[in-house]
Write a protein that binds this ligand. Structure first.
Ligand SMILES: *Cc1c(COP(=O)(O)O)cnc(C)c1O
Length: 432
């Protein structure tokens, strides 16, 4: 399968090139040359298939012949090795728990697949240097995805004092091929340092740098898989019509769902749920698409003022707002509404959710009020609630769940170096 840049359809590259280069030089995003239609038999038999079986079919269709099927199957089985339960809260509203992987957030799907694909395709003798700037969840998933992968070294930049204590453990607790830098600054500073490194010709000659951020196509594609798996689980309960509600920040998750639909998954509608960073809901209401500085909220993994994957969604719908609106409704919620959502999930359904999940649950409710009908809603649950104990409403403090048994947090020793937000210092560190 070839990939094109959303800024230039005739700029075609291999899957491997798209994976290792993340971004085309024109700063578009890579998309598959054509969105493959999945086999009708596969779609009919969905409910008989396991998560890795579904994952293999999808991966095969988007990767093409650059990875032989037997090897791709192994990559998928190894990447998707955790459960993805669908929990019903009421007769036709469910939550799909995507947080049972090692970092307790859905970013494990993308990070685990991408790391294995990079290790497989990275046939060169030189060490692969993976750089990632994180505001919290991405760094943890990427660290665990690459931990112990031969031929790779990960450098994570995170803003001092701005990640939760559990997130910091996930970034700094490993050692081995995972290095963390605590930047005296904000997430934007971390991102700037990484971008400067990619644009530095001296580094390009000396290191084999690649990025693990969410613009990488190898992080996006594997996220389509759980949409099919949710449909499979619903069908096995006799339910067919399906509405997904997606907690959204950078809009990779929603883009992956829309991709699944274009591959042939029957989905009645998508609901995009945001916090106060409401640029997409405003755009769908008719306003201009105006990126702005992000606003800090209690659902901090969704604090994105300029959602980069929106370019992919625009591309899938010929840049026509009306086409997008046929498939997607979007709603935004305040922090107070989010806390109330967490409370009502606990009180009415005895379900403890993270703030991101609570927002999507609220959005699904609004959609149902406006569109009565015999469909099921599936709210994507993107993180384990124990990742965000700081933001729980006081009424629920006693009910914050304990960390799962399989928590991999390293050995207690911290592997991190403090650094000013200074490019020369960062460059010296990389070359050292
Ligand atoms: C990253 C993240 C999101 C936002 O997902 P996007 O694909 O960026 O829209 C939502 N919830 C959690 C917990 C996350 O870590």
């Amino acid at each position: 399968m070839k990939y094109y840049s959303t800024k230039n359809r005739s700029h075609l590259v291999s899957f491997k090139h798209a994976v290792f280069h993340s971004l085309p030089a024109d700063l578009g995003l890579y998309m598959p040359e054509r969105i493959p239609k999945l086999d009708a038999l596969f779609l009919r038999q969905l409910e008989q298939l396991s998560l890795p079986e579904i994952g293999f079919e999808i991966a095969k269709s988007v990767v093409g012949d650059e990875i032989p099927p037997a090897d791709l199957r192994k990559i998928v089985e190894d990447a998707f090795n955790f459960p993805v339960p669908l929990r019903f809260l009421g007769s036709s509203d469910a939550v799909l728990e995507l947080f049972h992987g090692p970092s307790f957030a859905f970013k494990d799907f993308g990070a685990r697949f991408m790391s294995r694909v990079m290790a497989y395709l990275g046939d060169e003798k030189r060490l692969l240097d993976v750089l990632v700037a994180t505001s919290g969840d991405t760094g943890g998933a990427v660290a665990l995805g690459f931990l112990g992968v031969p031929g790779t070294r990960v450098t994570i930049l995170y803003p001092k004092g701005k990640v939760s204590s559990l997130q910091e453990l996930q970034l700094t607790g490993h050692g081995q091929n995972i290095r963390a830098i605590e930047i005296e600054g904000t997430f934007d500073d971390c991102q700037d340092l990484v971008k400067k490194a990619f644009g530095d010709p001296e580094l390009e000659g000396k290191l084999r740098l690649t990025s693990a951020n969410s613009i990488n196509i190898a992080r996006l594609l594997p996220q389509s898989v759980y949409y099919f798996f949710a449909a499979a689980q619903l069908r096995s309960q006799g339910m067919k019509e399906l509405v997904f509600s997606v907690p959204s920040g950078n809009f990779g998750n929603l883009a992956a769902g829309l991709l699944a639909q274009k591959m042939g998954l029957p989905v009645q509608h998508f609901v995009a749920a945001t916090n106060a960073n409401d640029i997409v809901p405003r755009y769908l209401e008719g306003q201009e698409f105006h990126p702005k500085a992000s606003v800090q909220t209690i659902s901090n993994a969704m604090d994105v003022g300029n959602p980069s994957n929106w370019a992919r969604i625009q591309d899938m719908f010929q840049h026509e707002r009306s086409f997008i609106k046929e498939k997607v409704s979007a709603f935004s919620f305040t922090d107070e509404q989010t806390r109330n959502g967490m409370l009502s999930l606990a009180q009415e359904h005895n379900y403890i959710a993270c703030p991101h999940t609570a927002i999507a649950w609220l959005a699904a409710k609004v959609y149902r009020e406006n569109h009565p009908g015999a469909y099921s809603t599936v709210t994507l649950s993107t993180a384990h609630p124990s990742k965000f104990p700081e933001v729980f409403p006081a009424e629920l403090a006693a009910r914050i769940p304990a960390l799962p048994q399989h928590a991999q947090l390293g050995q207690g020793k911290r592997h991190t170096v403090p650094m000013a937000a200074n490019y020369q210092a960062f460059k010296r560190y990389l070359l050292d």
